[in-house]
Design a protein around this ligand. Structure first.
Ligand SMILES: Cc1cc2nc3c(=O)[nH]c(=O)nc-3n(C[C@H](O)[C@H](O)[C@H](O)COP(=O)(O)O)c2cc1C
Length: 336
């Protein structure tokens, strides 16, 4: 696939196939797994600018970064220019992020109701104001993650993308679906191509890449400078390596087992560290919380394997690492 290293501001992404931000999924544990398997860069889970402003502990856990994460963007959402600026300045002072990414595409009700995320696409001048103010307030590069629009009745993809560029953003990542369609339907890679043609800043394309062939086809159709992968990487972090190195064989059962175990153990470590810093007690001990959090990943790791259905039936009862891994071994043995 014809992708050159992607450069914007002080950031260089040598292999510009990156892990998308996904709330509830792209914590430091999963990011490290994807990076080790070839992802060129990653984003934090979405982090509330107001939460940073209010000094909320729950918010700060999203800003933990591991050594493997780089290059990494702090991915923040908010509606007000002031909150986004304060959050960006706070992030810059942390001195652990390579760039700041502004969420202008999240369609989730609780975000849109506050006028943030995808709601900003209904009034793209507000996006322009936020980008301009954040750029002025920090020296880290600033990017925007948005979509090709909110719905057919609002400003189109080119209007939004031009406003982002004119306001001074260093890079834009665009999900080729309308916000009103959430994650359903085909992503429109031709519209990504129109954005690429219209802008001078680098454009990362996103939406519907689940195989190496999809990645190559997105680049061929749209000419984007980079590819962002969301759901296709869940349960299949090897996708990055498959795009990068074209290995002859898919991951063996032993490789899958190793990655599942490493991912889960890192999640336990992360959950333990987060719990230690908490002021109030949580319902579950860290190992239990990690096993519960791991459920959607595990369901994808064993997708298509014999014995999956039986494991999924008992998923909610698996509260410790040993039980999870015994159940995984049971599935994998049936597929040797
Ligand atoms: C569970 C989940 C959580 C997501 N959270 C975010 C988020 O916090 N911020 C964001 O910009 N996009 C978010 N997205 C959208 C993804 O970043 C990506 O744009 C979308 O999944 C399309 O890419 P894909 O077709 O490769 O999955 C989320 C998607 C999913 C499935």
């Amino acid at each position: 696939m014809n992708l050159k290293p992607l450069k914007f501001g002080t950031v260089t992404i040598d292999f510009p196939v990156v892990l998308a931000p996904m709330a509830g999924y792209t914590d430091a544990a999963f990011r490290s797994i994807c990076k080790e398997n070839g992802a060129g860069a990653c984003y934090t889970e979405v982090t509330s600018a107001e939460g940073i402003r209010r000094d909320s502990q729950k918010t700060f856990q999203f800003l933990e970064v591991s050594a493997q994460d780089h290059p990494i963007a702090a991915h923040i959402f908010g509606k007000s220019v002031e909150a986004m600026v304060e959050a960006a300045q706070y992030i810059e002072k942390l001195n652990r992020f390579d760039w700041i990414d502004l969420n202008c595409g999240c369609p989730v009700k609780k975000v849109v109701r506050r006028g943030a995320g995808a709601a900003l696409m209904k009034e793209p001048e507000q996006i322009g104001e936020i980008v301009r103010a954040v750029k002025k307030a920090v020296s880290l590069p600033v990017s925007v993650k948005t979509r090709i629009g909110f719905s057919p009745s609002f400003p189109d993809h080119l209007t939004i993308a031009k406003i982002v560029e004119d306001a001074g953003a260093d890079m834009i990542a665009v999900h080729g679906r309308l916000a009103c369609n959430f994650h359903k339907g085909e992503a429109d890679w031709e519209k990504l191509g129109e954005i690429k043609q219209a802008l001078k800043i680098p454009v990362i394309g996103n939406g519907g890449v689940n195989t190496p062939e999809d990645a190559a086809e997105m680049v061929r159709v749209s000419g984007v400078d980079g590819v962002m992968i969301g759901r296709g990487a869940v349960g299949n972090p090897w996708l990055f390596d498959q795009i990068k190195n074209k290995p002859a064989e898919p991951p063996s059962i032993q490789q899958r087992r190793k990655v599942i175990e490493t991912h889960l153990l890192r999640l336990v470590e992360l959950t333990t560290a987060t719990a230690a810093g908490r002021r109030c007690k949580t319902k579950f001990i860290p190992e239990q919380a990690a096993c519960l959090h791991f459920r959607p990943h595990l369901a994808q790791y064993i997708k298509g394997l014999r014995g999956r259905r039986e494991l999924l039936q008992h998923l909610n009862e698996m509260h410790d690492v040993k039980t999870v891994l015994t159940a995984v071994d049971n599935v994998l043995e049936q597929n040797q």
